[in-house]
Design a protein around this ligand. Structure first.
Ligand SMILES: Nc1nc2c(c(=O)[nH]1)N=C([C@H](O)[C@H](O)COP(=O)(O)OP(=O)(O)OP(=O)(O)O)CN2
Length: 176
């Protein structure tokens, strides 16, 4: 039952219905092609009640990691500052999305995320990233994709990775 519900994605559907209903109310009159609005509203109410009864609202949780590494960008033009080797303290945020399991009261144990991610992050810590297979051109984008590929199979519900190279520069990635 739960699986069916998430294939249908009722939360998205509810939002869509709410927007349609709100737009309709704003416009006033002419219900025209919103002849199904009453059905939609009833559907919305019943899905909301069902979800609150079985407590399976989706939530997004996250776990953060940091590592320090050196890198240089071999493909930038001569004279670009990032052609020279330099270092960053990288900040990674791993987002996981899913229903809150009724018994446990959580989406997934934070420590399960850590069990998967920490060894991968440790492989990068205090290295020259360019020497890691797959990271020969370690832009933030390529590091984020590399991390995604390490985590994807092992973290059900992996939703997004954020990787910050500096306090002002970073990337978010939601998979291929
Ligand atoms: N799209 C990308 N652009 C740049 C990358 C990257 O990975 N992807 N990387 C760099 C450099 O590694 C650089 O160290 C970080 O860039 P930048 O934001 O310019 O760093 P600053 O410390 O100079 O930032 P300020 O906060 O603006 O001082 C370059 N570009």
């Amino acid at each position: 039952m739960t699986l069916l519900i998430f294939e249908y994605d009722p939360l998205t559907e509810i939002t869509r219905n709410q927007v349609a209903i709100r737009n309709k109310i704003r416009r006033g009159g002419d219900w025209g092609h919103f002849s199904r609005t009453t059905d939609d509203a009833l559907l919305q109410v019943s899905i909301t009640m069902y979800l609150s009864m079985v407590n399976i609202y989706k939530m997004n949780i996250y776990k953060q990691f940091t590592f320090d590494a050196a890198h240089f960008l071999p493909k930038v033009p001569e004279g670009h500052k990032c052609r020279a080797m330099h270092g960053h303290t990288y900040h990674i945020t791993v987002f996981v999305s899913g229903p809150v399991m009724e018994d446990a009261g959580w989406v997934i144990d934070f420590s399960e995320i850590k069990t998967v991610c920490k060894p991968v992050v440790d492989r990068l810590d205090h290295t020259l990233l360019n020497e890691i297979p797959g990271l020969e051109n370690p832009t933030a984008e390529n590091v984020a994709r590399w991390l995604w590929r390490q985590f994807k199979e092992k973290i059900p519900g992996l939703q997004k990775i954020e990787l910050k190279e500096t306090p002002t520069s970073g990337v978010t990635y939601e998979g291929d």
